[in-house]
Design a protein around this ligand. Structure first.
Ligand code: HEC
Length: 187
């Protein structure tokens, strides 16, 4: 009777090692998102201070993607933002992200605070194991200047020029604006 016990024990140890690994990747993802979000916010605020929302839009337009690219390069994994209603079509979600974003909407409807909504999963993509992590982004009042229902006419025109397929309008405080999304290849 000893053998099955050993098997059980080693199974338990392996699965708890996996759990520990996953917890570590979740913690690292949260840290990376904090840094990424901080950089985006400081660029946004610097733009607002320099020339109001019009200037800030120009900065978001040119700098957001660059910040995302630089962070991804530094980390060795992908970090980006996405949304069910993206402003920049380049931020459109892929199918797995659509499913997670949809589940986030349901969790919010069920009363979960947006700041606590996240999801981690190990998935297989073309035979490659990937750790995927998403964290919901709440809509705050500051965001409404450019993502709300009453966007100033000059700002609205500028957004139309830059983003002819802009879907990221008419948000209200307390909506989920989108999510940070992380993809890490694992062995
Ligand atoms: C000054 C205008 C402005 C403000 C204020 C602003 N945004 Fe944006 N936001 C933009 C622009 C422009 C883009 C498109 C960036 C790009 O081209 O990648 C964008 C893109 C995004 C995206 C990426 C997905 C998408 O829609 O393309 C998210 C997520 C986002 N904003 C969240 C927020 C949140 C949360 C706030 C408030 C903390 C906020 N934004 C405030 C202008 C703004």
């Amino acid at each position: 009777m000893k053998y099955p016990l050993l098997v059980l024990l080693s199974l338990l140890i392996t699965s708890s090692a996996h759990a520990a690994n996953e917890q570590q990747m979740i913690d690292e993802s949260k840290q990376a998102i904090k840094a990424f979000a901080g950089q985006l916010k400081s660029e946004l605020m610097a733009g607002m201070k320099k020339g109001g929302p019009l200037e800030a839009v120009n900065i978001c337009n040119t700098v957001a993607e660059e910040i995302s690219r630089n962070n991804s390069k530094k980390l060795g994994w992908e970090i980006s933002r996405t949304s069910l209603k993206p402003r920049n079509a380049k931020n459109s979600p892929e199918p797995w992200e659509v499913a997670v974003l949809t589940s986030f909407e349901k969790r919010k409807e069920a009363g979960e605070p947006i700041s606590e909504i996240d999801h981690a999963e190990v998935i297989s993509n073309n035979g490659q194991s990937q750790f995927r992590y998403m964290k919901a982004i709440p809509t705050k009042s500051l965001c409404l200047v450019c993502h709300g229902e009453n966007i100033a006419p000059d700002l609205s025109r500028r957004l139309d020029q830059l983003y002819p397929n802009d879907l990221a309008r008419n948000y209200k405080p307390g909506d989920i604006r989108g999510a940070f999304s992380i993809t890490r290849a694992i062995q």
